[in-house]
Design a binder for this molecule. Sequence first.
Ligand SMILES: Nc1ncnc2c1ncn2[C@@H]1O[C@H](COP(=O)(O)OP(=O)(O)O)[C@@H](O)[C@H]1O
Ligand SMILES: N[C@@H](CCOP(=O)(O)O)C(=O)O
Length: 316
Amino acid sequence: MAVFTEVSNKEARDLLRRLQLGTLTELRGIEGGIENTNYFLTSSEGEYVLTLFERLTAQQLPFYLHLMKHLAHGGIPVPDPAADKSGDILHTVAGKPAAVVNKLRGKSQLAPEAVHCAAVGTMLARMHLAGRDYDRMQPNLRGLDWWNETVPVVLPHIGEEQRALLASELAYQNHVAASSEYTALPRGPVHADLFRDNVMFDGEELTGFFDFYFAGVDTWLFDLSVCLNDWCIDLPTGVHDAVRASAMLDAYQAVRPLTTAERTLLPAMLRAGALRFWISRLWDFYLPREASMLKPHDPTHFERVLQGRIAHPLHP
Ligand SMILES: Nc1ncnc2c1ncn2[C@@H]1O[C@H](COP(=O)(O)OP(=O)(O)O)[C@@H](O)[C@H]1O
Ligand SMILES: N[C@@H](CCOP(=O)(O)O)C(=O)O
């Protein structure tokens, strides 16, 4: 149950009044999620999601919330944070930073087919283009600097073979990041965690991207690689699925063709995307944070994905 902080009906009613979103009809805790407290908030005006941020700070949050607003106004189906009379979209509820967004229609497609991967590819490219004129800056806080800080912390907890793979892949990624091809990659605000459980579908219609709280400015190719590594593999084995990957890549490129540097570095960024989540899963597994991680994700999954990406590089 991902309700780490209880919200009373009175607090919900007061918030709806401040946001001029009608009168409360239902407040229901959401069971999914591992980072924040989430409630479905239903009022006489519509259905919303109330999020209380358990770890992100009031300094970090404006980047994410204004990015969602910017993208929503740019026609991308993402939750649009509600503003109060003064235009503020970051609120305080039960002593925590909080936001209210519209509830997206549909549900997550956890067994995607090519048609769903194509829809994600199209919308991802549209989202990258819509983010070009977003003027706030926050780096990907789970990027290369964080990998360099975190790998030494997890190394003592893992076996010799894993240590060798983790250390050599980190060295490889530092080398790639220093190259002129990497510098040439187009970049902008990216979602950086657009897994199957962070996209809504109604049948084959993509109804929204959500959970932007790992977003940051990074390469568009990294974002695409994170998607390919989750949507276009066989989950039990981690093996690449060529049909779903082509569907996603073709759809993405129909909106925004990859540059020469991106085509060259796709194999390296697929490795980077696998490394990023291997590190975070190892970190969550061996160094769990107080009360936040209910059931840590399996780190060995991304170890397998990384090995597959090294053994069988994907050349678009
Ligand atoms: N805007 C939204 N519209 C509809 N459902 C949402 C929305 N935001 C969150 N949810 C629901 O809440 C669940 C948990 O949200 P999520 O952002 O993944 O939490 P966490 O950041 O804690 O992992 C999602 O799986 C989804 O079912
Ligand atoms: N997608 C990440 C975990 C991030 O959790 P989320 O529920 O906030 O998307 C992983 O699979 O390791």
